[in-house]
Design a protein around this ligand. Structure first.
Ligand code: AMP
Ligand code: GLY
Length: 472
């Protein structure tokens, strides 16, 4: 069987590894924006190219005649690569452009949930409204009044289009005053036509990804990401410095009801998309959730695998990934195709020392003095790494490699990942605290405090402990 895999990065390496483990003798045709030695080692061929050049992607697809395509990055999915491939008869594990609005437009997603009575959003407003809200001075007043009077100064401003994870700004963190919030909201409207204003939620974040084929939804183990660059969740946001998952496929700070509710929301949203567009969503639906004092809220949706989340989830898959993908594209996705081992995982990203602030280490050599994987113990997935003519591995400027420890407990998985990370040679660093008992206890304590503190007037309004560090 042949798969066209559109992805570079460690996420792409983890996806390629899952295909390579399939009993169906998969041949991987890899299309990468930047060369990836990890994927190349598993692929029949690798084309380093602009994956946003859909004509060129389709030309390679016509020549190689894959059984299906797997598209991983948000820009290719949001730009409609699945639609382009469909015109030449190739099905994709990735939603079509219209359905990918679930990720590419936060305003669309909030309105979709509202229209279909899915009660999972914070208080929000999309401006200008589709009915044509005021412009100019009127609009500025409307933004100010909503932030001040409805959100009581605890707010989030979201750019309403893809912006590489950089379009979201929070009060008290990126936006110090209401004036800053108003001018950023106006800037968003100026640039992309719309802005989403919403209540700032207090709680603990987690990711629930599901395989989706129209109305059929099969969930994966829940994962928690750590976006901040430095220990103790400090410093600037990154693509994700590391993640963990637990043996029971939930997380230590979630109740059984929390997990069930998050699963239900993904299910309801898949159904809402089907009703809204009349065409099936086929691919990965990635819910970014937050556990709050009285349940679960949705922060955002992505239409793809998370990075690092895929690095935790895919090594746990004991069933055939290719069969799941075929089930998705043919509309025959069933629960019995999907089995994950009951192990815990901890992923720590090795990154250049100065990441994400500067690119000072780009071009330096990095060495991993251990093999790529040991069954049931660990995996090493290459990210922004290239290989020179002498076979040296060379640092790029972004995240270098994800090291995933696998164990019978989070503590065991963490110890494995940590030990391997310590052996990496080069001008790199990683977060030691990810997956450590102290960090997990902090999340558990926070949820306990939230759940048992006295109720406030609205269950949704932010608690008095509204500092940025309260959202993990
Ligand atoms: P997004 O791109 O929507 O995932 O937002 C990026 C990050 O901003 C999230 O991971 C959260 O940490 C934070 N964030 C987004 N929306 C909210 C919200 N309503 N309340 C609190 N934090 C939020
Ligand atoms: N883990 C964050 C993302 O993939 O967007």
């Amino acid at each position: 069987m042949i798969v066209l895999l559109v992805s570079s990065s460690a996420r792409g390496h983890a996806i390629a590894d899952a295909f390579a483990r399939s009993p169906q003798n998969m041949e991987i045709i890899s299309l990468c924006p930047t060369a990836n030695p990890g994927i190349r080692a598993l692929a029949r061929e690798q084309h380093v190219m602009n994956i946003m050049n859909f004509e060129q992607v389709c030309a390679i697809a016509k020549k190689t005649q894959p059984d299906f395509a797997f598209i991983a990055p948000d820009d290719a999915i949001g730009g409609g690569l699945a639609d382009a491939l469909e015109t030449i008869g190739i099905a994709s594990v990735a939603p079509k452009k219209e359905l990918a609005k679930i990720e590419s437009s936060k305003g669309f997603t909030r309105n979709l949930l509202k229209k279909h009575d899915i009660d999972a959003s914070p208080k929000f407003r999309v401006l200008p409204s589709l009915e044509g809200g005021g412009r100019g001075r009127g609009l500025e007043q409307e933004i100010r009044s909503y932030i001040e009077n409805e959100l009581h100064g605890e707010y989030v401003v979201k750019y309403d289009a893809l912006k590489g994870g950089k379009g979201v700004k929070l009060s008290g963190e990126h936006l110090e005053t209401i004036d800053h919030g108003v001018s950023y909201a106006l800037e968003c409207i100026e640039e992309c036509g719309r802005v989403v204003l919403e209540e700032k939620l207090i709680g603990v974040e987690f990711s629930l990804l599901s395989f989706v084929s129209g109305p059929d939804v099969v969930h994966m183990p829940v994962v928690q990401d750590h976006k901040r660059a430095y220990e103790n969740d400090t410093g600037p946001n990154t693509g994700g410095m590391g993640t963990y998952s637990d043996t029971n496929h939930s997380l230590p700070f979630l109740t059984e009801n929390d997990l069930k509710r998050a699963q239900e929301i993904n299910q309801l949203v898949a159904h809402a998309l089907l009703r809204e567009f009349g065409i099936p969503y086929k691919g990965i639906l990635y819910g970014g959730f937050i556990a709050v004092r009285d349940g679960i809220r949705l922060i955002e949706y992505n239409a793809r695998f998370g990075d690092p989340e895929a690095l935790n989830i895919l090594p746990l898959l004991t069933s055939d990934f290719a069969a799941i993908c075929l089930g998705i594209v043919t509309g025959e996705l069933t629960e019995d195709l999907v089995h994950f081992s009951r192990k815990a995982t901890v992923c720590k990203y090795i990154v250049p020392e100065s990441y994400p602030v500067s690119k000072d280490q780009k071009g330096d050599i990095v060495e991993f003095p251990f093999s790529h994987s040991a069954p049931d113990r660990y995996n090493l997935f290459y990210g922004d790494i290239s290989e020179d003519l002498n076979g040296n591995l060379i640092l790029g400027s972004s995240r270098t490699a994800g090291i995933v420890g696998i164990g019978d407990s989070i503590a065991q998985a963490e110890a494995i990942a940590q030990k391997l990370c310590e052996q990496v040679q080069g001008p790199v660093r990683f977060r030691r605290d990810i997956g450590k008992e102290e960090m997990i206890q902090k999340r558990k304590d926070m949820m306990k405090d939230l759940r048992y503190s006295s109720p406030v007037s609205s269950s949704r309004s932010a608690l008095p402990l509204s500092t940025s560090s309260t959202v993990f």
